[in-house]
Design a binder for this molecule. Structure first.
Ligand code: NAD
Length: 348
């Protein structure tokens, strides 16, 4: 049986990828490696924990000796690397943590894969999952393509850009068979509520202020997380070696418009008078180095691999909101303890 390593599988996107691979490919043994940081939660993958082809390994990708030991115990044929420090605001507070996990951690995985595969790259693949934020900021016009120069502005995007460069360099220098994808903002179930959509759903439920950065005119492209998992599956199996693919939802929203839409839907769902939740909107001091607009041109993955989002934004948002309303226990659990301290520091 093929052994596949997926890192960060207890996080938001990783949990969807692990679920898809475990259930769709019984012929693979899936190893989910995760350090279970504040963002990692085994509840996110509880439904598949007893599958015979699922294995969980708790460990830190920054720990070189541990990673080498893991690769010497298991002969992985593929690596899907999603483990990362992923929150821009946290990267502004503690950039070094992002260098450690996103850069050094990626290096440790690259080195271990290179060492293990050195005699035979046939059928092997290192897949690095990355972000559109590496491209920097767009003005009102234009889209990020795979050839847009890197121009990261936050410590998070700089660390992801750095790890992307190392992955490509290992392909060029050592012939390591890699694929790389840069994706826009994801939304969906199991999303830690420090990120915009789950944060606002949770705050609306609890009648708490909705903190909107600056004037709210920041624009992001949004993609339903399960469509990202489908794209990842496709790229892992059918993408060309040494290629980058951009993944996006063809779905741009100004933050303030998105927040107002969420408020309208939530008022209906919660049986509140129209306009009730919008009153919770509060404009807060802008994030330093805040990128104005991200927008992805996903033509290449569409033309070469036939991928496009399977749900509209309206459908995806409906599924997402229903999920949070039906999983209040999950929300309560992840918003207790350390989350409370972080939230207080960030928004008070
Ligand atoms: P997340 O923060 O929800 O999950 C990250 C996971 O990595 C967590 O389970 C955490 O425990 C684990 N982790 C963190 N540090 C680790 C370490 N040192 N060793 C082992 N495990 C560690 O992140 P996400 O939103 O699911 O993002 C997953 C990947 O996708 C990241 O690489 C991110 O850069 C990329 N990405 C995210 C988005 C998005 O909108 N969320 C968009 C594009 C790309």
């Amino acid at each position: 049986m093929k052994k596949i390593l997926i890192t960060g599988g207890a996080g938001f996107i990783g949990s969807h990828v692990v679920r898809r691979f475990v259930t769709k490919y019984p012929e693979y043994q899936i190893y989910n490696l995760d350090a279970l940081t504040y963002a990692g939660n085994l509840e996110n993958i509880k439904d598949i924990e007893n599958h015979p082809n699922y294995n969980f390994v708790k460990g830190d990708i920054v720990d070189e000796a541990f990673i080498n030991e893991l690769f010497s115990t298991h002969n992985f044929e593929g690596v899907l690397h999603l483990a990362a420090e992923s929150h821009v605001d946290r990267s502004i507070e503690d950039p070094l943590a992002f260098v450690k996990t996103n850069v050094i951690g990626t290096m440790n995985l690259l080195n271990a894969a290179k060492k293990q595969w050195k005699d035979n790259f046939d059928g092997k693949r290192f897949y690095h999952i990355s972000t559109d934020e590496v491209y920097g900021s767009l003005g009102a016009e234009g889209l990020f393509t795979e050839t847009t120069p890197y121009d990261p502005n936050s410590p998070y995007s700089a660390s992801k850009a750095s790890s992307d460069h190392f992955v490509r360099a290992y392909g060029e220098t050592y012939g390591l068979p890699y694929v790389l994808t840069n994706c826009s903002n994801n939304y969906g179930s199991y999303h830690f509520p420090e990120k915009l959509i789950p944060l606002f759903i949770n705050n609306i439920i609890n009648n708490k202020p909705l903190p909107v950065y600056g004037d709210g005119n920041y624009t992001r492209d949004w993609l339903f997380v399960e469509d990202h998992a489908i794209a990842i599956d496709l790229v892992f199996h059918e993408g060309k070696n040494h290629e980058t693919y951009n993944i996006g939802g063809f779905n741009e929203w100004k933050n303030i418009d998105l927040v107002k839409l969420l408020c309208q839907i939530m008022d209906q769902k919660l049986g509140r008078d129209s306009g009730t939740s919008e009153k919770l909107i509060t404009y807060v001091k802008d994030r330093p180095g805040h990128d104005l607009r991200y927008a992805i041109d996903a033509t290449k993955i569409n033309k070469e691999l036939g991928w496009k989002p399977s749900v509209t934004f309206e459908e995806g948002l409906e599924k997402t909101i229903n999920w949070y309303l039906n999983n209040e226990e999950w929300l309560k659990n992840v918003t207790s303890g350390a989350y409370k301290d972080y939230y207080k520091k960030q928004y008070s």
